[in-house]
Design a binder for this molecule. Structure first.
Ligand code: PLP
Length: 364
């Protein structure tokens, strides 16, 4: 039963709220806080929003002015993609990219889940002359199911050479390392607070200066006309505090790669029926996507839950139903796609968590 689950290793779905974020939200709760109001209450709310923006900018490596707050990563992806008629993207993106494009071209990934750059070159070359300005290339920085990191530098270079704007979903990358959006050559990126220990329901688009971004919502013209609607001051305060705490925590994630790798080595030593997806390439430090034995993912997830460990089967779905992973299918994972479980550590994780998981899985 979930209520008795003691060990949480599903941080790519959502991370527990950091105490700093909870405190910041608590402090912001109560006073009337519309940052557009001219009076003292409004000015105090504006101060909260702008100081959070600075903290998030530090973690994302952008200017504070490049941040446009949204209701989360899903809206951020939708907002960017809605500005383009044609989208070239990979087969392993989050649904909020895959379902937001009007006309979509899918680039293949290899068996490790990395974008096929030759196929990308062919897709870029196939864009008809005159259509460049209406076309966006969107390639996620790190995959939510496997943790595999994409060669975004190479992708940016190719997009630039083709004269096409480029976006990256950085939702799972934020907080794992100090990012450099400003120096990345990206035109747009998406981030979300709840993956780093902030609250759900708040995220942002990062926009390179001078790039267009047209609000999906018609209304008050907040966020410099790029996202209408009174700002979610509580959420933004929580996001800012989580980003501030997260900035100091990237060392923990460096360490976590060692814990994750030791867990995977342990699994390979103790069992001969283990497949680890994307283990041959660069991954974010907290994630392991692993198939153990013959049982379907949902059975494994339930068995681990009974053992007191919360993990997930591929991507968590809003319906609570588990579907076969489109990411693993694109990686030609065969039957592994329906047997994989995703393990993902977070800011609260410790080495002992990964050790306990290895013990439980060994005997399962
Ligand atoms: N993009 C990726 C890679 C994600 O993992 C998620 C969340 O699972 C999202 C986007 C959506 O973010 P949000 O939950 O804030 O809408």
């Amino acid at each position: 039963m979930a209520a008795t689950t003691a060990l949480y290793l599903d941080n790519n779905a959502t991370a527990p709220l950091r105490p700093e974020a909870g405190a910041a939200m608590q402090a912001a709760m109560g006073p009337p806080s519309n940052p557009s109001s001219v009076h003292g209450f409004g000015r105090a709310a504006r101060l909260l929003v702008e100081s959070a923006r600075e903290d998030i900018a530090m973690l994302a490596g952008c200017r504070a002015a490049d941040i446009v707050f949204t209701s989360g990563g899903t809206e951020a992806n939708n907002l960017v993609l809605s500005g383009f008629e044609y989208v070239i993207t990979t087969a392993i993106e989050h649904d909020s990219v895959l379902h937001a494009a009007a006309h979509i071209t899918l680039v293949n990934v290899d068996a490790d889940g990395r974008i096929d750059l030759d196929h990308l070159a062919a897709c870029l070359a196939a864009v008809p002359d005159g259509r460049q300005a209406q076309t966006l290339l969107s390639v996620m920085m790190a995959n939510n199911e496997t943790g595999v990191i994409q060669p975004v530098d190479a992708v940016v270079e190719m997009a630039r050479a083709a004269g096409i704007a480029v976006h990256s979903d950085m939702v799972q990358m934020l907080g794992k390392t100090h990012l450099d959006f400003a120096g990345s050559g990206l035109d747009y990126a998406s981030i979300s607070a709840h993956k780093i220990g902030g609250p759900t329901g708040i995220g942002a688009v990062l926009v390179r200066p001078g790039n267009r971004l047209t609000s999906l919502l018609r209304g008050g013209g907040q966020e410099q006309g790029r996202r209408s609607g009174t700002e979610n001051v509580l959420g933004i305060a929580g996001f800012g505090a989580a980003a501030r705490a997260g900035f100091d925590d990237v060392g923990l994630f460096r360490q976590m790669a060692g814990w994750r790798d030791a867990f995977e080595t342990q699994m390979r030593i103790t069992r001969d029926d283990v497949t680890i997806f994307g283990s041959g390439v660069d991954r974010i430090a907290n994630t392991s996507c692993i198939a153990v034995g013959e049982k379907p993912s949902e059975v494994m997830v339930m068995a681990l839950d009974i053992a007191g460990i919360a993990v997930s089967a591929g991507a968590a779905c809003s319906s609570g139903k588990v579907h076969e992973s489109h990411v693993l299918k694109a990686m030609q994972a065969g039957t592994g796609a329906s047997r994989a479980v995703r393990i993902s550590g977070g800011w609260q994780s410790q080495a002992a968590d990964f050790e306990r998981l290895a013990e439980v899985l060994r005997d399962l």
